[in-house]
Write a protein that binds this ligand. Structure first.
Ligand SMILES: NC(=O)c1ccc[n+]([C@@H]2O[C@H](COP(=O)([O-])OP(=O)(O)OC[C@H]3O[C@@H](n4cnc5c(N)ncnc54)[C@H](OP(=O)(O)O)[C@@H]3O)[C@@H](O)[C@H]2O)c1
Length: 332
């Protein structure tokens, strides 16, 4: 975490006072932390913390009639030495920090429910995959009760990384939360006071990842129908970027797409026929052609050569907007 920012900020805010009450000289008293939702994320984050000797967390699991599920939750809570609660009011009133880990589509609803019980001095953090506008609404609701809000973007899988999963934090309570949870050695990165900023980053990464999954799905279908072994294809997919550090993939593929758009568009139009012959509905391919066609209209290859260094791809973006302005073409 950004220690300099945190220390500068960790002056005596009301929240810090609440969280620091009762701390001993070694500053190790745990803040009371409550999780809403007892799914994969809550379990694995708490499992990691438990393996590091932290326990006593509150977990709210909504009541269910399914006995087996309740027993399963009880067993898991016992393993974590956590307090399993079936009342949201009890969880909110008994926690300094409340972390909502439910589902993106219930994130706002859960913030509204928690807001009924939340008081000034508490922190409400939302780590759900919800879009920025939803996190902003939740923040306004929580702030209206005098409590602080944290927008958390969870960027790694706790099933793999436990409590060390990378999380980006924004919102007016982000620094307070980092200060309060410092002892847990979690992998937090502060990115600003604005709610929705972390969610925006997460949403963009998500769109990329899901887009890639769409490409893979259509690609595999095509290969299967063509009877070409995937073992043969796997190494070919990564060959062009094999010598590049992985984080340079973006620049590499952006340059290729932007500067060779016209040629690629016509190649892909021909590939449409192939996919149709293979009896694959070319859903992604059609979108690819449309995107290439829009970029091709800008004729970016008049200004740059495709051998432009990967690190310089942002020059092409600047040029795109310049052409858009000059020629009255909406870049969208
Ligand atoms: N799994 C990951 O690695 C990962 C990574 C990044 C982000 N996320 C995000 O983190 C959040 C949690 O993910 P997860 O994988 O832990 O999900 P999960 O395994 O499906 O668990 C969600 C939990 O939330 C509960 N829940 C759902 N709606 C609720 C409501 N309205 N009130 C109270 N509890 C409710 C569910 O209860 P029931 O069982 O009763 O439905 C369940 O216990 C999601 O928003 C997800 O998008 C997850």
């Amino acid at each position: 975490m950004r220690g300099d920012i945190m220390m500068a900020y960790a002056k005596e805010t009301k929240i810090n006072k609440v969280l620091n009450e009762g701390k001993g000289k070694n500053n190790t008293t745990q803040p009371k932390i409550g999780f809403i939702g007892f799914g994969e994320v809550t379990f694995h984050v708490l499992d990691g913390l438990h393996q590091n000797q932290f326990k006593g967390f509150n977990i709210y699991s909504r009541p269910v009639t399914d006995r087996a599920k309740t027993d399963f939750h009880r067993e898991r809570a016992e393993k974590l030495e956590a307090n399993l609660l079936f009342s949201l009011q009890e969880l909110v009133e008994g926690s300094d920090i409340i972390i909502s880990s439910v589902r993106g589509d219930t994130s706002l609803e859960v913030a509204e429910q928690a807001a009924q019980f939340i008081k000034p001095g508490q922190i409400f953090a939302d780590l759900n995959n919800a879009i920025p506008s939803v996190k902003k609404k939740s923040s306004a609701i929580i702030n209206s009760k005098g409590a602080k809000f944290v927008d958390i973007a969870l960027l790694e899988l706790p099933v793999q990384t436990k409590h060390r999963a990378l999380m980006y934090l924004s919102g007016d309570g982000a620094l307070d939360l980092m200060e309060a949870m410092d002892q847990f050695n979690m992998n937090f990165e502060y990115i600003g006071a604005e709610p929705g900023k972390a969610a925006m980053i997460k949403a963009l990464v998500n769109i990329f990842m899901k887009g890639l999954q769409g490409v893979y799905l259509e690609f595999v279908l095509g290969a299967q129908k063509a009877g070409v072994s995937l073992d043969l294809l796997e190494p070919l997919l990564v060959k062009p970027v094999l010598d590049l550090p992985r984080e340079k993939d973006l620049g590499f593929w952006f340059i290729r797409g932007a500067l060779l758009a016209g040629r690629k568009e016509s190649e892909m139009k021909a590939a449409l026929e192939l996919m149709t012959d293979l009896d694959v509905e070319p859903l992604i391919l059609k979108a690819t052609i449309e995107r290439l066609s829009r970029v091709a209209r800008l004729k970016l290859n008049q200004y740059f050569d495709a051998t432009i260094p990967v690190d310089e791809y942002q020059r092409i973006i600047t040029k795109m907007y310049q052409i858009g302005n000059d020629e009255n073409i909406a870049i969208r």
